[in-house]
Design a protein around this ligand. Sequence first.
Ligand code: NOJ
Length: 766
Amino acid sequence: METLLNTLKKLLLTLILGILFPGICFSQNMVSNNKEIAKKVDSILTLMTLEEKVGQLVLYNGSWDVTGPPSDVGNKVKYQKLKNGEVGAMLNATSVEGTKALQKAVVENSRLKIPLLFGYDVIHGFKTIFPIPLGESASWDMDAIKISASVAAKEATAAGINWTFAPMVDISRDARWGRIMEGAGEDPYLASKIAIARVNGFQGDDLALNNTLAACAKHLAAYGFAEGGRDYNTVSIGEYELHNTVLPPFKAAVDAGVATMMSSFNEIDGIPATGHKGLQRDIVKKSWNWDGFIVSDWASIAEMIFHGYVQDRTEAAERAMIAGNDMDMEGRAYDTSLVQLVKDGKVEEKLVDEAVKRILTIKYRLGLFDDPYKYCNEDREKNEIYTKEHLEIARDVARKSIVLLKNENNILPLSKKVQKIAVIGPLADDKDSPIGSWRAQALPNSAVSLLEGIKTAVTSDTKVEYQKGVALGVGERSFIRELKLNRADFKGISGAVKVAKESEVVVMALGEEAFQSGEGRSQVDIELTEPQQQLFEEVYKVNKNIIVVLMNGRPLAIPNVEEKASAIVEAWHLGSQSGNAIADVLFGDYNPSGKLPVSFPRHVGQVPLYYNAKNTGRPSNPDGMVFWSHYTDEKNDPLFAFGYGLSYTSFEYKDLVLSNSSFSNGGNIKVTVTVKNTGGVKGKEIVQLYIKDHFGSLTRPVRELKGFEMIELAPGESKKVSFIVDERLISFYTANKKWEAESGKFTVFVGGDSLASLKSDFLYKN
Ligand code: NOJ
């Protein structure tokens, strides 16, 4: 009787708390839900044989799409293993029909009917394609980024997928690295916010819905620091950089509840990431108390042999399992060796159990045990993919991702009454490149080209003359094959010059094709190809009103274009609606608001180049001598700085006020600035807060982004923007090997980019 009363009391309390504080009730529900799941997982585990347990740790490729070197397991063998319950997940298997067939093989034949996960690289859209992640990051618009991920999740889950290998949260400072296109740029603060937005977008509020999927923060860790920018290359970074720069976006993803992570291909200071216990088991799982699972990258367990870290697959499996890597993607290490390793006592069975539990937990959270076919709905597949609504969202996200880099004499926006526009360049009528790398199920040539976008935007009074001018200089398009260089062909230049001469203005689309960036696409050269440079030069001789539209997957070094073009519009690879989104900006239907998430070098020799660098012992040359940290043949600073981006209006920053000149342990100060729209049109501005920590137990960057807010102002309108600076914001991973704030002097800078000069000092005492 007493227990019943107690239960009733508890129920009543939960009800009251739920009404007063809905959040608390929700998290209590989550806790009890997690407990329920843990119980179920434990009870399944007791039923499993060692072979079935190891099976859950195996991820096979679906064979009809390849995103890495194929392994030697034939389809027949895979199918039999599915039926035996010896496979936990598949990748690159899409479509309701395809995934249903595979799920059926498991559910109808295996002893325990544990449903499969279906993983896929849904990186920036499924069939409706959004801007490449680097481009989308230029929006600094967390709502836009979140909605883009949620549309991608909606479409992918309508085609049988329940796990995306995204977001890639690797920080990169190297424009040569092809995968820079897939991340959020160079800054850990911005990248952390973006990681949260993307995880929330993919996973939604409830992983158990049929239109959300499990996200995967990748690649753990430091993959973006590959030496020389060469993909898969060695990484040698110290503990300081690892904790302060590389790991924060992973931690942010964990705080947002990310379901899974993927280990990276690279080694870090001699240890391949996939076999790195410190990273996987100690930091991510133990110290962050994270309960998701870690999947290897494609064959990265077995690749530890090539790294020279293990002698064979068996040893690779042993090291990876001990290090905390839960699932083997096409590595043929766990499926061939793990059972025996446990039998031989080389790997404790409890490690296998832990990995299985983590994987089953995610399967439960997705609701797969309730309905293994929940993502196999033909109606959804027919009606919820590539819809008008999704394309409209893609257009909006695309225009928000554009960065206006130059606009001399306000040549932009163009009047829709302009009589003759020359649209020139190898990317001007390209309907495929704007889809970008990692394009999931996008149809080839399905993007709106720039030419199409311009033609739709203008009235019939405007004559639009198109000339390709030159080919890009790179060959046939393929995700898996090497790019071939075409012989330079300059024949089309004369035609381009002719139309340029007769036009009021030239819109010239230059840059890179889709597969010049992405996995395995590193380049030593980050300039425009020679034919493009010639085209620009020759056209410039006859018409100085050139608006360059850049389409690219990495920062490009374009000093000549920067000097001569009247305007530069950074349009990345913007996805399905590229041409319409660019036209929105060119003709002023959208006032550009994007800011660079990455520095643009003047020359490849400056790379790695990033704003939050260290001062060095010799930062300047007061006496004109040569003995300071610089290049003798190029400036140190970037062509375009991190955080930079123009608008069709202008903003003035003034009245920077700090609520106090110091604060201590537990306190904070409020930083307030007044921003005014001093131009003639309504516009959005991303107000950025940077902090410099003058001294530290370890040296500190010259400044670091610590806050930003997007505001919209009408002409003449002013707004006060405030940021709270507290210990959390000024903490870093110190010489004590922990995150803490150190006493000392700090400077805040507020402005519209990382060069912001409006500043004020404060002191902190712990
Ligand atoms: C290798 C890539 O590094 C990874 O990001 C991707 O998710 C897998 N292949 C699967 O395609």
